[in-house]
Design a protein around this ligand. Sequence first.
Ligand code: PBG
Length: 322
Amino acid sequence: MTFPAQRPRRLRRSEAIRSFVRETRVSVRGLVYPMFVCPGTNVRAEVSSMPGIFQRSGDQLVEECREVESLGVPAVILFGLPELKDERGSEATAAHGVVPRAIEAVRRAKLNLLVMTDVCLCEYTSHGHCGVVKDGVVLNDPTLEILAEEALAHARAGADIVAPSDMMDGRVGAIRSALDQHGFADVAILSYAAKGFYGPFREAAQSAPQFGDRRSYQMDPANAREALREVALDIEEGADMVMVKPALPYLDVVRQVRDRFDVPVAAYNVSGEYAMVKAAVRKGWLDEQRVVLEILTCIQRAGADIVLTYHAKDAARWLKAC
Ligand code: PBG
């Protein structure tokens, strides 16, 4: 009888030893909680395909921010639902738009939270595209100025970090120079690099395109090398951090970005990923706590320093209890 010389099971015998040798320690410190802010007061409307996630008016949003802070989640990212949508997404740039007002309200509450904003036009345009449209085509350069104005409106209201998600060419550079020219050199840019898989978000942000689709500006999910090129360009243009979105189908891209670039890497555990987990949990097919903590661990193992996730509050509670 020969015995195996190598017995990896020795280090898996008990939770004490497993936790002692664990390589990835999932932490609440890198989580970001996405929030949808709408006009009005006292509004709290659940998104049907995202149980537990609500569109909230500013007052309700501040209340939830208090909870987010108390759970130790360090950051939120805000998405706005405007009063009125139009062809050019005018409300996106309004100084008193729904997002700037929400930022100011969170600031007034003096919470220890980083406030991040999504910079894009799709929530604000009547056609639901991320840029201005002419003859059925989404125009790149005319969109840049509007995005830069939108980022400025968020910075003026007190945003710490702006996150452009539109995928127009040159938008990071345009936003960086507008911020710098207006005295906001300290506002950081987290750029979305790859994008897909967002179905339920379009209900949450009421941003489904009214014609065509986003394939002329968002990435082809088949292309990892192109994603790396997008990341390189964004960093050259001045992005401080880069994001890969969605997270789970793109863990290979997260890993490659982590290995190749030295800026902080974020991954967005998107609405579609959240909806799949929630639906299976409702059916009793998955154990929510186990699966969510495993998902977050694996996204961090793939190399993400920052994870944007609708599970952030639950994860923070579970991690506290661990
Ligand atoms: C705005 C934007 C979207 C998401 C983040 N910013 C929608 C999209 O790309 O269509 C998706 C977030 C999610 O699905 O949770 N452009």
